[in-house]
Design a protein around this ligand. Structure first.
Ligand SMILES: N[C@@H](CCC(=O)NCCCC(=O)O)C(=O)O
Length: 258
């Protein structure tokens, strides 16, 4: 039996500073294959290569991965400044309409870090360019130097809404997470529910109100140590179950209409 397919939204990278490639972290693939129980398929996030309807037809769910470049502020009605850093307009052009199409169709997605920010922007929200510059906020960026273990180290608490979506997934009202981001949610989109926050008030866990499918998204990186981490594992398991249910329902519909 074939596994349901999870499209992994890639990042544009210049290999050796010159050779253009679409990349996806192996830890994302491991999490989807080994914890969610689905087949990971790397998606070139560029409308020159793929369209949203094609992706929706071929994949059963999507992992909106982390990525260094920031969502372009024009997507939420602001002018770019130096503080906004680098962009990936091709990924914006695929990921943002893909989120809206998935919400509409009830197709599951899991947003991680940049992916979490994409979900908020796609649903009408905005972002701060650099949250460590805001009064009372801590630095959520990874240490600039050090090993991968040090960069992905568990660094802060996230408090979850009682009886909310994430409380039910984790069976806990507080979880400990890593943190590797500079931006953060400014205004939440009208249907974005902030279901988890860090101690400094930074939104960390969201979902889309009344979305018919799985839409949980997190500002941290659960793909790190996904098999063993007590927070990552239930999140990828819940996502996998949602993708399997969506794939099965779609198959049943196709058979009924054949
Ligand atoms: N650009 C955003 C999102 C940060 C993010 O996704 N970081 C992960 C980077 C992982 C990598 O380098 O591949 C921000 O800084 O807020």
């Amino acid at each position: 039996m074939t596994r349901p397919i999870v499209g992994i939204i890639s990042n544009f990278t210049l290999l050796n500073d010159e050779y253009p490639v679409h990349t996806g972290g192996v830890m994302n693939m491991d999490a989807i294959a080994q914890v969610s129980g689905c087949m990971p398929l790397l998606i070139p996030a560029d409308p020159a290569h793929v369209s949203v309807p094609e992706l929706m037809a071929q994949c059963d769910g999507f992992l909106l991965t982390g990525g260094r470049p920031n969502v372009h502020p024009e997507e939420y009605g602001e002018e770019p400044t130096e503080a906004h850093g680098d962009f990936d307009r091709a990924r914006d052009a695929i990921a943002l309409p893909l989120v809206r199409a998935c919400v509409e169709a009830g197709q599951p997605f899991l947003g991680i870090c940049r992916g979490f920010q994409e979900v908020n922007v796609a649903m009408g929200g905005s972002l701060y360019p650099e949250i460590r510059d805001l009064p009372g906020r801590m630095n959520h960026r990874m240490p600039p130097d050090g090993t991968l273990e040090e960069k992905f180290e568990i660094r802060h608490k996230v408090s979850l809404s009682k009886d909310g979506v994430f409380h039910r997934i984790f069976e806990a009202e507080e979880v400990m997470t890593n943190t590797l981001h500079g931006q953060g949610i400014k205004d939440a989109g009208p249907r974005i529910v902030i279901d988890g926050v860090a101690d400094d008030g930074t939104p960390e866990a969201i979902y889309v109100k009344d979305a018919p499918g799985f839409s949980a998204s997190v500002q941290w990186h659960p793909e790190w140590n996904a098999q063993d981490d007590p927070v990552s594992r239930p999140l990828f398991t819940a996502f996998g179950e949602a993708v399997k249910a969506f794939a099965q329902a779609r198959k049943t519909r196709h058979l009924q209409n054949a």
